[in-house]
Design a binder for this molecule. Structure first.
Ligand SMILES: [Fe+2]
Length: 217
């Protein structure tokens, strides 16, 4: 079977998984109509090198049967327009550190170890209902500067022709580093709940429902 077919099969499986975990019934339309997702910096570690395995399952890497370190979660939601209509066919890219807080990027100065069993970045295309999903791990915190530890977060880039490309970051509610983070603090207080997400318990993995609203040019 070709990689493309395998990736498509995995994508379908994860989509169904996300639906069974409650995304379709409870998480959709959490976003407020007309309230776009806050833009945040891309940061220095956007993936610049291609890789064979770039699907939406970051805990399975082609060529290894080992699991990555860290707590497995599902991150899923809907991409919506400003009127809360689903945006189908949007490309959703995520990238993040592994459990040790290290990015697979040549410019990451962190001395922490890379995890060969983690995929580091992946992509998904929203379905007809605007739904995307990823299986990944909770990333580690990492030092950004003297006295500044970035809280666990996942970077997002969402693109669809006819809309402004959105770059943002998703955080985990309850993490004590959130309130001190110099990047998250730049998001207006009233908007922080749009990017700080409470994990919901689900089987077999907790799920973070992160809806994203795009603006038109
Ligand atoms: Fe980051």
């Amino acid at each position: 079977m070709s990689n493309i077919n395998l990736n498509r099969r995995r994508t379908l499986k994860l989509g169904i998984f996300a639906a069974s975990a409650g995304v379709a019934s409870t998480g959709i339309a959490q976003a407020v109509c007309g309230d776009k997702t806050p833009v945040q910096p891309e940061g220095p570690f956007y993936p610049i090198q291609d890789q064979v395995d770039k699907d939406n399952d970051l805990v399975r890497v082609t060529g290894t049967s080992q699991a990555p370190k860290g707590d497995v979660i599902v991150v899923a939601g809907k991409v919506l327009d400003i009127d809360c209509a689903p945006v189908a066919g949007a490309l959703v890219e995520i990238w993040q550190a592994c459990a040790s807080g290290k990015y697979n990027h040549k410019n990451d100065p962190n001395a922490a170890e890379l995890d060969p069993n983690f995929q580091y970045w992946g992509q998904a295309v929203t379905d007809k209902d605007g739904l995307y999903s990823f299986r990944t791990i909770i990333p580690g915190a990492y030092p950004a500067d003297v006295g500044w530890i970035r809280p666990p977060h996942i970077h997002f880039k969402v693109a669809k022709r006819g809309y402004l490309e959105l770059i943002t970051q998703m955080y985990f509610a309850g993490n004590e580093l959130n309130d001190k983070d110099l990047i998250l603090k730049r998001v207006k207080a009233k908007d922080r709940s749009k990017v700080v997400i409470q994990l919901k318990q689900a089987n077999p993995h907790p799920i973070a429902v992160f809806d994203i609203t795009l603006e038109k040019p």
